[in-house]
Ligand binder design. Structure first.
Ligand SMILES: [Mg+2]
Length: 116
């Protein structure tokens, strides 16, 4: 069993023990995923990137909380759709490797000011 499957099992057990399944429709789970992503953004709201990196130790507990919330809803949503997330991620990486081959990356960086 992968760690993703193991975590999903724990999350489902937690949910079912509290009889929350009836609330976990696909739409509600997707909405919750977006809401938790908003909470992640809230931690960084009005801060410059460098300020976030400088304050990372102070921010890390909040960031961990929100990333965990996002991951929990993501795993619940994948479970609801009967999607093997580990396989889906591996497939997507393979698709992205074809879509963005290394020679195109070098071409992009050569023309992109942000890469300096
Ligand atoms: Mg949260």
């Amino acid at each position: 069993m992968s760690s993703i499957e193991s975590l999903t099992t724990k999350i489902i057990e937690f949910r079912d023990a509290r009889k929350w399944k009836k609330f976990h429709t696909p739409k509600n789970l997707a909405l919750s995923l977006v809401i938790e992503t908003g909470e992640l953004f809230e931690i960084m709201q009005w801060k410059e990137d460098q300020e976030i990196l400088t304050d990372i130790n102070k921010l890390k507990p909040q960031l961990e909380d929100e990333l965990a919330d996002i991951a929990i809803y993501l795993l619940l949503l994948a479970h609801e759709f009967d999607i093997n997330l580990a396989s889906a991620i591996q497939l997507k990486i393979a698709k992205n490797s074809k879509k963005y081959p290394l020679d195109k990356k070098a071409e992009f960086e050569k023309d992109n000011v942000l890469s300096e």
